[in-house]
Design a protein around this ligand. Sequence first.
Ligand code: FPP
Length: 227
Amino acid sequence: MGNTARHIAIIMDGNGRWANERGLKRIKGHERGAEVVRTITIHASNHPDIEVLTLYAFSTENWKRPKMEVEFLMRLLGNYLKNELPTYIKNEVRFETIGDLSRFSPALRKQIETMKQRTGHFKKLTQVLALNYGSQDEIARAARNLCETGKEIDTENLEKSLESAQFGPVDILIRTGGEQRLSNFLLWQSAYAELFFTSTLWPDFDPEELERIIEDFKKRHRRFGGI
Ligand code: FPP
């Protein structure tokens, strides 16, 4: 028995360090990171408990990186979406996003839209990519929208106004790369998430480590504020 890992969210950190350790350019780490996204998504789609996998692919702060790196990440994402559509179809994975897409190029936005349309009916796993996402920004937007409706501002109504509400609360929040912080990721939805920090750099993360985390999670005593 134990807890059910319905929603897993991951802060994928450590691509740059992985590349540096090998004398490679940072972008090589991102390339390898994209392959791990694919492997973990396929694994999650075949896992009986996991219904939602949310991955932090680009934060509202990531625009501060050197222009070349930002451009590379955009290209990488575009190529990933183009190449991996068959993988999502084969594994029956629905593709979704959270975050403000308005800053992305029209071409990339179109690719994102196509991917959502082509996979929208799949039920085995929903993979949510957080793109230009920041949790404080999401909560502020929700509050603004709720104000406009004139409804009461309580936790239930505010939660319903959040873009991420449709994917439900996070059960397991993992951060790779050794840092122990949340970096403005899914703050509301992670209110009662079990947190896991691993020093493994994202390009080295694999399904075996994910399984070890899930096993550990199953044994944890979740009290949700009770006793
Ligand atoms: C953190 O590593 C990673 C990112 C900021 C981007 C995440 C992107 C990927 C995993 C690849 C692209 C994803 C898709 C879906 C195609 P970092 O650069 O902050 O690493 P560092 O802390 O070692 O510098």
